[in-house]
Design a protein around this ligand. Structure first.
Ligand code: UD1
Length: 417
């Protein structure tokens, strides 16, 4: 078991480099199986979700070579076999193998996907899309079996603009006959990055980043080279750390336009920063103003930044509100913030946060990936020592977080116990 130990109160000074986007990389790795040959992908983040996907790729008899953040995937000997429970439950994104293998083989057997405990996480919209394309889906105990004689393009209206369903349907439709139109598609920027990868592999997709995506099925796809876009959620997390502890903290290697919703809210709170094309320089804001925030689909305030933002709100002077609207259980970090001294009333998914309160170091548990990042932020500003347990959640999605923070002056270490 591992834990993170933080001595709070140290300023953050220097430069943090942002890695490749987790939410794009976890789709691009399975997507590479749509092609025959050897694909090369750069800027893959060093996170444990990546390793879980590698294990599935190897199970499917493909070869992975890794050198730093660059990987090559050789699909020449791909064998379409059952993706077992042990591997499938390790992460949510294992469901992307459904769309990919369905497109390529018209047959998939996979155990239910896993992932963070932030809600029920149904995949009915993914399945609805696969069915509309012509797949028959059988649910047997904890396993899905998908079969199709052929996949035929059609129009699919998503009841909710689900990121995963949009991407998975895009995968399934790449090699289908005719035209597929996804309406009410998710507009997250990672979907544009994934469309670009698929098109580079020979797919014919238009419209990612808007609510209508059109996929003309192609006969075959080929291997390619690609670079994962920067992680806007990782960048956003460090930006908020900078707003509380920065001393000209520079965060580089991301696109500030992707964080407009966050930056607009920080403006409202009185946070000052300087923007460059691919960077931000940010310092501690001495007097944060309270605000009201609701998490929304892109381009609204991202649910993945709601939990770290709630820590910022404990330091604002007055009453703030934070409402989670995407996930029905993304509030697990609040009891730990309360344990640290935060004044928070939780009513379902709505938190009323009264600041400013001094946080005190104590023993706390990460309950999910972004909630874990929020607790690290709380530990960094708290008085005394904070010990965070269950940190596997955090390592799933934040590349080298301990080194990145230590290098800019945080007193943070990881211990194996
Ligand atoms: C992705 C991101 C995650 C982010 C989320 C919302 C990845 C790997 N993860 O998750 O970090 O928090 O987008 O921005 O990209 N839903 C259904 N039926 C479905 C699918 C989803 O009801 O078939 C619901 C979910 O329960 C949830 C909402 O739709 O309430 C959003 O889910 P979705 O956009 O699919 O999120 P993910 O793709 O799982």
């Amino acid at each position: 078991m591992k834990r993170i130990i933080i001595e709070g109160g140290y300023p953050l000074k220097g430069t943090i480099s942002i890695g490749g986007a987790k939410n794009s990389a976890v789709a691009l790795i399975p997507a590479s199986l749509l092609a025959e040959g050897i694909s090369k992908i750069d800027n893959i983040p060093n996170i444990t979700d990546r390793d879980a996907l590698f294990d599935i790729i190897k199970l499917l008899n493909c070869q992975i070579k890794q050198s730093g953040n660059t990987i090559t995937i050789d699909t020449n000997n791909l064998k379409n076999t059952l993706i077992n429970q042990e591997l499938s439950v390790k992460l949510r994104a294992s469901y992307y193998f459904m769309g990919v293998l369905l497109a390529k083989y018209k047959h998939v057997e996979i155990y239910f996907p896993g992932g963070c405990n932030i809600g029920n996480r149904p995949i009915d919209l993914h399945l609805k899309g696969f069915r509309a394309l012509g797949a028959k889906i059988t649910k047997r105990k904890h396993k899905y079996i998908l079969d199709a004689d052929e996949l035929k393009g059609t129009t699919i209206n998503l009841d909710f603009p689900s990121v995963g369903a949009t991407i998975n349907i895009m995968f399934a439709a790449t090699l289908a006959k005719g035209t597929t139109i996804i309406k009410n598609a998710a507009k997250e920027v990672e979907i544009i990055n994934i469309m670009e990868f698929l098109n580079k592999m020979g797919a014919n997709i238009k419209g990612a980043g808007t609510d209508t995506i059109t996929i003309e099925g192609v006969e075959k796809m080929h291997s390619t080279e690609f670079t994962v876009m920067p992680d806007r959620i990782e960048a956003g997390t460090y930006i908020m750390m900078g707003a509380l502890l920065g001393d000209n903290l520079k965060i580089v290697g991301f696109n500030p336009h992707h964080n407009e919703a966050l930056l607009n809210h920080l403006n409202d709170m009185g946070v000052k920063y300087e923007l460059e094309d691919n960077a931000i320089i940010i310092s501690k804001c001495e007097k944060l103003k309270p605000i009201d925030i609701k998490t929304l689909v892109y381009p609204g305030f991202p649910t993945d930044l709601g939990q770290p933002m709630s820590v910022l709100l404990t330091q604002a002077e007055g009453i703030s509100h934070m409402e989670e609207t995407i996930w029905e259980n993304r509030v697990g970090h609040y009891p730990y913030l309360q344990k640290m001294g935060a004044n928070i009333e939780l009513d379902g998914l709505k938190a009323t946060i009264k600041g400013k309160t001094e946080l005190k170091g104590t023993e706390i548990n990460a309950t999910d990936l972004r909630g874990g990042a929020a607790l690290i932020l709380a530990g960094l500003i708290a008085k005394g020592t904070t010990t965070v347990y269950d940190i596997d959640y955090i390592l799933r999605g934040y590349e080298n977080i301990i080194n990145k923070l230590s290098d800019v002056g945080a007193k943070i270490k990881i211990e194996t116990i």
